[in-house]
Write a protein that binds this ligand. Structure first.
Ligand code: XMP
Length: 319
């Protein structure tokens, strides 16, 4: 019989048999899969687990602190935070092609992760939050976009000398099952049912070259959008929702002066499988509140638009 408690018990036992008294390393991103993996491993082997959380400076507002608070302070998981914002931004300077940006972000992630990993002594295992759909997807194609970041957590990205063995406790589970065992392990509902967030983060939501000023504006706009979605009880009625930074200047009037400021686009979709998607028919009042708040609270933004494109042909992300 499939119950979350039974799955957790079986997984815990299997992990203990597999790794024994060895040390395990996990790249924690704060996403559902790596978070559930962390909680499960922590339950199974406690302090034998060390997590590395890479803050690339392209995360949502306060996300890094939230991850550290939840895993580090509340759950007592050993987590090392690598603050690498400057390094990512430096490497992204002058890069505006979306696939190139993904590459730079992915490679920088590997470098930072490797450096942190090398500092931890006597690690034998690398844990990964691979879930069953990832297994199928990577068997079908090695080039899937959404797989790019996950593959970076792979042994392939680590120094040869480390020779880590893989432990993948979610490998046989579907997303829905992963969420249910996340709840069973005590992770908060809002964490376990959060929208997906791409590995390259805000890096692909700032069109063209990524700059710190842009990321700071986008983070605040995105936080307002998500906050209002939650308040109106629409967050869980959409599959994915976020703000996008458009590096074009549009006119606005402040007092009696004309000002040219940036544009923010809002994107919200409903989808089952993320292969096709419909733009979410959010209430006008909600869009109005979000738009007013963004323009009034964030200097540097003069205009907000709502994306009414379906996938296909438009993708969910703008890059
Ligand atoms: P698109 O934009 O292709 O997105 O319609 C489909 C889903 O994939 C996510 N996505 C990514 N996830 N790395 C990721 O980890 C990426 O480079 C990437 N690009 C898109 C997107 O957020 C959506 O959920």
């Amino acid at each position: 019989l499939w119950t979350p408690a039974k799955i957790v018990d079986d997984a815990v036992q299997k992990i203990r048999e597999q790794v024994g008294t060895d040390k395990v390393l996990l790249g924690l991103s704060g996403g559902v899969d790596s978070s559930v993996t962390a909680a499960l491993l922590h339950k199974a082997i406690g302090d034998q687990l060390t997590c590395v959380f890479v803050d690339n400076g392209l995360l949502r507002l306060n996300e890094g602190d939230q991850v550290m608070d939840m895993f580090g302070s509340s759950m007592g998981v050993k987590v090392i935070r690598a603050d690498a914002e400057e390094r990512f931004l430096t490497n992204l300077k002058g890069v505006s092609d979306p696939e190139q940006k993904r590459k730079v972000i992915g490679n920088t992630f590997i470098d930072v992760f490797d450096e942190e990993a090398t500092r931890i002594q006597n690690v034998n295992w690398l844990a990964q939050g691979t879930i069953y759909p990832d297994v199928i997807e990577s068997a079908a194609s090695k080039t899937g976009k959404s797989h790019v970041i996950k593959s970076h957590h792979n042994v392939g990205g680590l120094p040869e000398t480390m020779k880590l063995k893989l432990v993948e406790p979610l490998r046989e589970l579907f997303k829905d099952e992963v969420r249910r065992i996340g709840l069973e392990l005590g992770l908060p509902y809002d964490m376990v049912y959060r929208h997906p967030f791409p590995g390259p983060g805000l890096g692909v939501r700032i069109l063209g070259e990524v700059k710190k000023d842009y990321a700071d504006i986008l983070r605040r706009a995105d936080a307002i959008f998500l906050e209002e979605l939650h308040r109106a009880d629409y967050y869980h009625k959409t599959s994915q929702a976020f703000a996008v930074f458009l590096p074009v200047k549009s006119v606005g009037v402040v007092g009696d002066a004309r000002r040219y400021e940036w544009v923010i686009a809002l994107r919200a979709v409903e989808t089952i499988d993320f292969m096709t998607a419909r733009w979410a028919h959010l209430p006008y009042e909600l869009l109005e509140t979000v738009s007013n708040r963004i323009i009034n609270e964030i200097s540097g933004v003069s205009r907000v638009t709502y994306d009414v494109s379906s996938k296909p042909p438009a993708t969910i992300e703008w890059e």
